[in-house]
Design a protein around this ligand. Structure first.
Ligand code: SAM
Ligand code: SF4
Length: 344
């Protein structure tokens, strides 16, 4: 039997990267991400561990080589480590259909001290940890939970477990703007890379995102007064563009800075990814509503064929680009779903 066709969309982009959300729940309430009184999905609608695993195998058979587990907060899902171990066994396994090269996770880090060893043992090599501030008061105000000490312990545990860490830092005017150079220096001192992200208009939150929207062009200019940023060839398979950082003494700080600019510089030409929510809704683009119901496929009689047909449909509807705008106060979100549904 010939292998199933790889996933290629109508703009000839080869899709090899799946972001799989395992839960929409979270133990933090970052104010740019979700409201304090967030309505979460009924548990019965969320895919079971077996369904997530089978679905992931279906993706791998169609040429997905990299899977990032995300959420909500993936490490709050009770059976999460079982999924990590099961998928970890598929890394480099060439016996089945397809070939998973990398399994990664994006986490807020609150539970990393408990799980870092297990993640490393399961074959995960790199983790993205979201950390927008090193100041406990700012952290508590921003995430509405006093969890900075747990996150710092988690980062330490990740380091000790041998995991390569990249910090995700959402750049926010008037909140962490002044602290960004310190966060980068601290990250590099710990051996972590750091990626700055522009806030995106996804889902309603209590605040107006316009108030804190900080274009990264401005951040880059201010960083260049302190350091020389030299474009790096490094690519992580995502939209970030990386820079090596050289200090005033002419020495590299040892780490890289990534810039993700969904608003100021659209990067859709090279998009290689699709996203699936914890209920099995495939979103062809983070910024669009083009959607395919994979849960229905997973619960149909001929799961394999139905999933493959659903993925073909996803390739036909994947849009060319997103179009995020935060240019005036009171602007509506680009889509109604929060980032915690589709993960990052
Ligand atoms: N809970 C995990 C975490 O925070 O790392 C994983 C899911 S979270 C939705 C993934 C990433 O999305 C985090 O780095 C977070 O800062 C970012 N994020 C959430 N809402 C965002 C928004 N509206 N604009 C830009 N980034 C956002
Ligand atoms: Fe939770 Fe991550 Fe959203 Fe913060 S950004 S509320 S940690 S899902």
């Amino acid at each position: 039997m010939s292998s199933p066709a790889p996933l290629v969309d109508q703009f000839a982009r080869r899709i090899t990267y799946l972001r799989l959300s395992v839960t929409d729940r979270c133990d933090l309430r970052c104010s740019y991400c979700m409201p304090e009184q967030m309505t979460f999905l009924p548990r019965k609608d969320v895919l079971s561990l077996e369904e997530l695993y089978e679905m992931a195998l279906g993706f791998i058979a169609r040429g997905i080589t990299k899977i990032r587990l995300t959420g909500g907060e993936p490490l709050v899902r009770r059976d999460m480590m079982e999924l990590v171990r099961a998928l970890g066994r598929k890394i480099g396994d060439t016996n089945g259909n397809g070939h998973l090269e990398e399994l990664t996770i994006t986490t807020n880090g609150t539970r990393l001290s408990e799980f870092a060893d297990g993640l490393a043992e399961a074959g995960i090599k790199r983790v993205n940890v979201s950390l927008d501030t090193l100041d406990r008061e700012t952290f508590t105000a921003l995430s509405r939970r006093d969890s900075l000490p747990q996150v710092l312990n988690g980062l330490q545990a990740a380091k000790e477990a041998g995991l390569k860490v990249k910090l995700n830092v959402v750049a926010l005017k008037g909140i962490n703007e002044a602290e960004i150079p310190e966060i980068i220096s601290w990250a590099h001192g710990q051996g972590f890379d750091a990626t700055l992200i522009e806030v995106m208009p996804l889902g309603d939150v209590e605040e107006d995102r316009f108030d804190h929207y900080l274009p990264l062009v401005a951040v880059r200019e201010s960083l260049e007064q302190r350091w020389t940023l030299t474009p790096s060839d490094h690519r992580s398979g995502g939209p970030a563009r990386y820079f090596d950082v050289v200090g005033s003494t002419g020495q590299k700080t040892g780490g890289r800075i990534g810039l993700i600019t969904p608003l100021t510089n659209n990067f859709c030409d090279g998009c290689n990814r699709i996203r699936v929510t914890a209920t099995g809704q495939l979103y062809a683009c983070l910024g669009g509503n083009e959607q395919v119901d994979l849960r229905a496929a997973m619960r149909s009689e001929d799961t394999e064929a139905a999933l493959s047909d659903a993925l073909d449909l996803a390739m036909r509807i994947k849009p060319e680009r997103h179009n995020f705008i935060i240019d005036k106060p009171g602007g509506a979100p680009a889509v109604s779903r929060h980032m915690s549904m589709t993960g990052g």
